[in-house]
Design a protein around this ligand. Structure first.
Ligand code: B12
Ligand code: SF4
Length: 543
């Protein structure tokens, strides 16, 4: 190829391997092997990133223009979609002849709407690109006529009459797919040098159908696990060439096929690879035999999406986990020395207080079994059943854009969100009494279970014994601390939401005082003294 170049723009926030976009690296390398000139521009490379949006935007546009590329491809996730759109707009203004394409998990889910709303975006590349990236580049290099565009699977484009055409999606890679190339040579050397862990593509697609999940839609619920030998070859190469021995497996559900997971573990052991690895799983696709082998072959961390402790809600969100097995599996992993991340969603549309009480109790019991809890306020994503049911009820608040996006509140960029909330549901809220009441739940969790875990454990055990609702403890916390909570602001790197440690201590103290001094307090004098002792010790440790 002579002059045609492509620039991939990726929203990697930190110069570390685990932030690299593997999909982009694979596509970039494929193009290089086919003779194209490729550059990858990462957000973190650009001055102004994260703190000065306007100069970041200008600098990024200048950086892209300096490459004189014919095609600029943005990797799009929901959280930065408005940013990608805003930058594409500025880019087209500076260089009307540059072609702009969007790819990645968010772009496909709103492909038609995106081309309808934004004339400056030329193409959306849907689905996985391994088999379409080279034909797409050939098409661009050959003069990009709409007639040829029809032949590229997964492409969404405007034809010569301006009508938006969506080609059929490409056939997805087969199960057991292999890759006969390495892409580490196109990652900046400093990124590789400074990283001790990396992500690795081990397969794609989850066969389940949870109502809140958009990855199952993007990967078409087609489960694939990479060829075992090919995967372990890659791991071995990375260990030998770069000295990196910790791997995050990029798969929504690594453990679907027991036989092949076992095969993988044996292969790692056979080659005597001393690695540490992390994967995502479901409680009902794993058993103790698998866990033993996984631990032997280096698994040190595992994520279980449990979402809700209510069997009723398990059915409603179509997760359908048998909750009886949850604590057993989590405890087994913890006892084997594995770090367990147990993920829960709160503020789900159909959650009742009874449902949430069950979730709350499960969170507490898992936390004290040794799992690390991940809490997510239910967000609504395109491509989900939840979106289909709630799209008419979405409400946008500036505060939400701020909380959930890379750059905080930006007047101009947020106008993009406000104009078309149908493609930005993740920034929206919906009316729901319980969800509103639970708006301080993450803060409560951090304050109690992280800052004073022993005190909380004491109270929790007491509540279980006396059959008192955990939720009432949370409500009480909110009531006695309404002054502090009203000033709480979400802050990215502060688990306490911008509240000062002196306020945290006061908030904790106030609740305990309320619990023990109240006339109807269920605690005896002896229990109060034990509780105060514990609390005093833990409060001392808060800086
Ligand atoms: C690893 C990972 C990360 C890594 C690195 C991500 C990265 N730079 O790629 C880290 C940990 C940094 C990360 C962060 C986040 N992530 Co993430 N992440 C993933 C994960 C698990 C794997 C991504 C991956 O490598 N997939 C495998 C590769 C091969 O696929 P791919 O990247 O999609 O690329 C293929 C296609 O998209 C396509 N393609 C892409 N570009 C192009 C371009 C062209 C021209 C063509 C033809 C094709 C094409 O072809 C590629 C090859 O097949 C996915 C889940 C998943 N299973 O995909 C979530 C996922 C992408 N993440 C997601 C989210 C929401 C986030 C966060 C916003 C989470 C959060 N709330 O903080 C943050 C972002 C942080 C921020 N502040 O913005 C969501 C996105 C949802 C959406 N609708 O957009 C996903 C889908 C998970 C989910 N919850 O559903 N993430
Ligand atoms: S949430 Fe997990 S189990 Fe459910 S569909 Fe998504 S990836 Fe699959």
């Amino acid at each position: 190829m002579k002059n045609t170049d492509i620039v991939f723009v990726v929203p990697s926030a930190i110069p570390l391997l685990q932030e690299e976009s593997i999909g982009t690296l694979i596509l970039a390398k494929k193009l290089i092997l086919s003779g194209y000139n490729v550059q990858i521009v990462r957000f973190w490379e650009i001055e102004g990133f994260k703190n000065q949006y306007k100069s970041f935007r200008e600098n990024l546009i200048s950086r892209i223009l300096a490459t004189s590329a014919e095609l600029v491809s943005f990797y799009c996730r929901c959280t930065d979609y408005h940013i990608c759109i805003d930058i594409a707009d500025g880019l087209k203004l500076h260089a009307p002849n540059v072609l702009i394409s969007f790819g990645g998990p968010q772009a496909e889910l709103v492909a038609k709407e995106t081309l309808t709303y934004y004339p400056f975006i030329d193409y959306i590349c849907c689905s996985e690109g391994e088999n379409t990236i080279v034909p797409f580049m050939e098409f661009i290099a050959g003069g990009h006529s709409a007639l040829e565009a029809k032949t590229i699977p997964g492409l969404t484009f405007r034809n010569e009459h301006g009508i938006i055409i969506q080609n059929e999606l490409p056939e997805l890679l087969c199960d057991n797919y292999a890759r006969n190339f390495d892409y580490y040579d196109i990652i900046p050397e400093s990124v590789v040098k400074n990283s001790y862990r990396t992500s690795i593509d081990v397969g794609r697609g989850c066969p389940f159908g949870c109502s809140f999940c958009s990855t199952k839609t993007f990967w078409k619920q087609k489960f694939r696990l990479r060829d075992i030998k090919d995967m372990v070859d890659e791991i071995e190469r990375v260990v030998n060439n770069y000295g990196i021995t910790t791997f995050d497996f990029d798969h929504d559900l690594f453990t679907v096929n027991k036989k092949r997971v076992i095969e993988f573990c044996h292969e790692i052991e056979k080659r005597n690879l001393k690695i540490k690895w992390f994967c995502s799983s479901r409680i009902d696709t794993i058993d103790t035999e698998m866990i033993d082998l996984m631990v032997q072959s280096g698994m040190v961390k595992i994520l279980f999406g449990i979402e809700t402790g209510s069997p009723r809600m398990q059915r409603i969100i179509n997760k359908n986990l048998n909750l009886q097995n949850c604590s057993e599996i989590v405890t087994y992993c913890v006892n084997r020395g594995v770090k367990v991340l147990a993920s829960f969603i709160y503020g789900l549309p159909d959650d009742t207080e009874d449902d949430f009480e069950q979730t709350f109790r499960m969170i507490v019991s898992m936390r004290y079994s040794g799992a690390k809890i991940m809490l997510w306020l239910c967000g609504i994503l395109n491509g989900t059943a939840l979106y289909n049911n709630y799209k008419e009820k979405l409400i946008l608040q500036d505060e939400n854009i701020k909380n959930r996006s890379f750059f905080g509140y930006q007047e101009t960029v947020n106008a993009i969100v406000k104009d078309h909330i149908d493609i930005f549901p993740q920034f929206c809220d919906f009316h729901n009494d319980l969800r509103f009441k639970l708006r301080f739940f993450e803060l409560f969790y951090s304050v109690w279970m992280i800052a004073v875990p022993k005190t909380f454990h004491y109270i929790a055990n007491f509540f279980v014994d006396k059959n008192i609702r955990f939720l009432d403890l949370y409500y009480k916390f909110c009531r006695v601390n309404s002054d502090i909570l009203s000033s709480a602001k979400y802050s990215d790197n502060n688990i306490f939401w911008g509240i000062q440690s002196s306020q945290i201590k006061t908030a904790i103290r106030k609740l305990v005082d309320e619990l023990v001094t109240n006339e109807s307090s269920p605690f005896t004098e002896k229990e109060i003294s034990a509780l105060n002792k514990l609390l005093a010790l833990e409060l001392k440790k808060i800086q």
